[in-house]
Design a protein around this ligand. Sequence first.
Ligand SMILES: NC(=O)c1ccc[n+]([C@@H]2O[C@H](COP(=O)([O-])OP(=O)(O)OC[C@H]3O[C@@H](n4cnc5c(N)ncnc54)[C@H](OP(=O)(O)O)[C@@H]3O)[C@@H](O)[C@H]2O)c1
Length: 323
Amino acid sequence: MRILVTGAHGLLGQKIAIIAAQESDHEILLTDKDRDTFFKNPRFDYQQLDITERGDVRSLVKNYAPDAIINTAAITNVDACETEKELSWRVNVDGLKNLIFPAKKLGTCHVVQISSDYVFDGRSKAAYTETDRPNPISYYGKTKLAAENALKASGVSGAALRTQVLYGTGYNVRPNFVTWVLSMLEKGGPFNVVTDQIGNPTFVDDLAFGCLRIAEAKANGIYHVSGSESVSRYEFARAIADEYGFDPESIGTTTSEEIGQAANRPLNSSFSTLKFESEFRYKPANVQQGLARLYQQYREGSKHLKVLFKHISQIEESGSDNA
Ligand SMILES: NC(=O)c1ccc[n+]([C@@H]2O[C@H](COP(=O)([O-])OP(=O)(O)OC[C@H]3O[C@@H](n4cnc5c(N)ncnc54)[C@H](OP(=O)(O)O)[C@@H]3O)[C@@H](O)[C@H]2O)c1
């Protein structure tokens, strides 16, 4: 299969490349908005692509003629979306539409869009399923729902994968909840974590796996692809401390109201992942399993990323890498 990945310098984009290289013979074109790339592996082609540049998107999709596009590119800073509304709409909604149009023209191209638990208001008493009614309470959530709707309305073959609390390793990636908690624990604490935000932390490897399987199957519709266990952020932080050998007692409690984040969060956005699990016969990691797999990747250090970045193996060969 020939797959075009957008936002490939991000956490999910990198992981899709690593997993695809390890377990498939897909031909992959990685793209992001940067002109230069740290991808040096001959297994992957890289090309600059800003998904808001409609003309560039149209000609790249037309010329490369992918069987699938996996759109991981997005403005992902939820609080910044409240003040950067125009930009976040242009990237998160119009960017997807720019991809859909030429994909539809190709006729055989499947589009995989990454969506979010933030399409929900978090007031449900039960875990959300794919058929529950969205009601976003943040601007980021509104952009993600509008993108889902644009995909559906376009009639292109495609799926929206909703995920949440993504964590994992990558090269130069943005901090995520786990890396933030680890940095606070390393500083020695104490620090406080909210007890009233509840959801399913998602090990990025599981989501990358889901993106590839759904693209290969050309599955349509909405899929909840997240970790298989629902916990509060406070419980998750304590589990991180346990797994990495820190003292969980250095973590105190707080509430969403006390910390006052710019964007509203859905308080309980727990997912049911049964649809994805049963259709693809795959059970994503629970909290302990995900953290253990991540710990293993940290232990392996740069070996884990060698699949992707040739220069890392060159650094190791020259003996200047401690990992
Ligand atoms: N992280 C989470 O907890 C979470 C939860 C639910 C859903 N999601 C969704 O999952 C997807 C992947 O998330 P992630 O954590 O991998 O995000 P990420 O690490 O922030 O990666 C996003 C990538 O997209 C790039 N990008 C931004 N604007 C672009 C544009 N106009 N054209 C092309 N590329 C552009 C970014 O480049 P720059 O870094 O240079 O801006 C970055 O490399 C996103 O759709 C996100 O909304 C994430």
